[in-house]
Write a protein that binds this ligand. Structure first.
Ligand SMILES: Nc1ncnc2c1ncn2[C@@H]1O[C@H](COP(=O)(O)OP(=O)(O)OP(=O)(O)O)[C@@H](O)[C@H]1O
Ligand SMILES: [Mg+2]
Length: 244
């Protein structure tokens, strides 16, 4: 039985309160997150920055239900998903239907072509194959890799693979997108074009988006940025330069 979820905030998006994560136990324990507090509204793209080892990937993995936090609270849209323990029974369904991930490495499926790598998620969600492939092609074209739709992942450049993995994160139009260094392998123009697509997606579909980055090319595009230092979040204003 799952406990009825108590709503912390009515206005949706992502809400994190007092999140803590300790890896391991005893002498070897690492307290990666000490006290994380964030709110990302629907339609907002926020940056998450911090030194190497400060806990950025750990935070995205907790929020994406890939690893379990130690304590605290997390809310996605109007549902509390974690409150000192998971509040949703089916974490796989949560990951599949409600969260789009873009990882540091693209993790494409090597034996599927580019279109099917992207179409797989809508297919798993029950969309007929032809419609899933049509949606996949549309998003691949928007990301400027439509011409590689029939290629195998191993035949793509690093930047192309990364754009395919971004297409895969966007194709189901999840209410939340979590991106870990999505523009690292891209040149300046393509990095900004990824930010343009994420901002458009946020505005049109009211998606809440967190982008972990060190990339100086895209940092000026954020209106709000959270810094992690010593396991704690600090909010700072960004420049919010328009990418449209
Ligand atoms: N599976 C794990 N077991 C134990 N410690 C871990 C594990 N994963 C991460 N850590 C530790 O937790 C801390 C935060 O790591 P994390 O990967 O979240 O940092 P990061 O901010 O994403 O760094 P980077 O910018 O280098 O990607 C680091 O001290 C790291 O060594
Ligand atoms: Mg990381």
């Amino acid at each position: 039985m799952s406990v009825p979820a108590q709503v912390l905030s009515e206005d949706g998006g992502i809400l994190i309160e007092g999140l803590r994560k300790v890896y391991g136990q005893g002498d070897t324990a690492v307290e990666a997150l000490k006290n994380i507090n964030m709110h990302v509204r629907p339609g907002e793209v926020v940056g998450l920055v911090g030194p190497s080892g400060s806990g950025k990937s750990t935070l995205l993995k907790c929020l994406g239900a890939i690893i379990e936090p130690t304590s605290g609270r997390m809310q996605l849209n109007s549902d509390v998903i974690y409150d000192d323990g998971w509040k949703v029974k089916d974490l796989r369904a949560l990951r599949r239907d409600r969260i789009g991930f873009v990882f540091q490495a693209p993790y494409l499926i090597p034996f599927l072509n580019v279109t099917d790598n992207v179409a797989l998620l809508p297919m798993l969600a029950g969309v007929p194959n032809a419609e899933a492939r049509r949606r996949a092609l549309e998003i691949l074209q928007a990301l400027d890799v439509g011409h590689r739709a029939q290629a195998q992942p191993s035949q793509l450049s690093g930047g192309e693979q990364q754009r395919v993995s971004i297409a895969r994160a966007l194709v189901n139009r999840p209410p939340v997108i979590l991106a870990d260094e999505p523009t690292a392998p891209l040149d300046s123009e393509r990095a900004l074009s990824v930010m343009r697509i994420l901002n458009r997606m946020a505005r049109q579909a009211q998606t809440a988006i967190i982008v972990v980055t060190h990339d100086e090319k895209i940092i000026p595009t954020f209106k709000r940025i959270y810094q992690i230092r010593d396991g704690r979040t600090h909010e700072v204003a960004g420049q919010g330069i328009e990418v449209e």
